[in-house]
Design a protein around this ligand. Structure first.
Ligand code: HEM
Length: 218
């Protein structure tokens, strides 16, 4: 693979490894974070996807960015349903943004509706991640927290039955981008930043829900 899809993947491998091995995420996937932590992470995602999907709406008819703004990816309705399940009917008043989330959404709001490379880079990090490791995490979480579909709808793409095929098409679209070298570089740098912004949320979540270091009884 030599196209832009391979380049952006290679350029974010270190950041991916860092995100993947963040303590909060590994603990979440192994079920040692209380369900309140899972609920709070879901709330943070709602803030992020509201901004990302507003930007997608803006690019829908654009020749270059439009093909990425696929309604089949939409996560906001699933996140709202999950939050209603996790918090109950008053969920809207329970979903304050963490500082790290505010930094992420401020950045998205500032750049993603006006710059194609920014939009595509942030889109890539979230949605291709959700269609990759996110699929495994979703299955694990359902088991760990005893949730059926309700509560983990975010991890299920009902309009995308074959995630692997979808990702192949997505990478073809990345390869076909008519970007200048400067725009490609902007997209790579933004994708790296997107990973760090996600890492910031895991870090803050880890402070709120610290690891229980109580030694096991002898
Ligand atoms: C426990 C945590 C994670 C695991 C186990 C995991 C696992 C994986 C795996 C196995 C792939 C490769 C899938 C494939 O080649 O089809 C992948 C790809 C990807 N992941 Fe993760 N991931 C995790 C966390 C994250 C996070 C936190 C993000 C970003 C917020 C992320 C973003 C991505 C992206 C963008 C890709 C696509 C790379 C590409 O092919 O261009 N991942 N992940």
């Amino acid at each position: 693979m030599t196209g832009f899809a391979a380049r952006i993947r290679r350029a974010t491998m270190v950041e991916h490894r860092e995100a993947e091995t963040r303590t909060f995420i590994t603990r979440l996937a192994s079920g040692t974070v209380p369900i309140a932590g899972f609920a709070q992470l879901t709330a943070q995602y709602l803030h992020i996807y509201r901004v990302l999907e507003q930007a997608a709406e803006r690019w829908r008819d654009d020749d270059v960015a439009g093909p990425f703004a696929d309604p089949a990816l939409a996560r906001v309705p699933a996140l709202e349903a999950d939050l209603a399940q996790l918090y109950g009917p008053g969920w809207e008043s329970e979903i304050a943004q963490l500082d790290a989330t505010r930094r992420y959404t401020d950045h998205l709001r500032e750049h993603c509706s006006t710059s194609r490379p920014h939009f595509i880079a942030h889109h890539y990090v979230r949605y291709l991640g959700d269609l990759s490791g996110g699929q495994m995490i979703g299955r694990t979480l359902s088991g760990v927290y005893g949730l059926e579909q309700a509560g983990t709808m975010f991890y299920r793409f009902e309009a995308i039955p074959d995630a692997r095929a979808y990702k192949t098409g997505y990478r073809e679209r990345l390869d076909a981008l008519p970007f200048s070298e400067a725009e490609l570089e902007t997209a790579v740098a933004e994708a790296q930043l997107a990973f760090r912004l996600n890492g910031g949320i895991f870090h803050e979540m880890g402070l709120i829900f610290p690891e229980d270091r109580t030694p096991a009884a002898a």
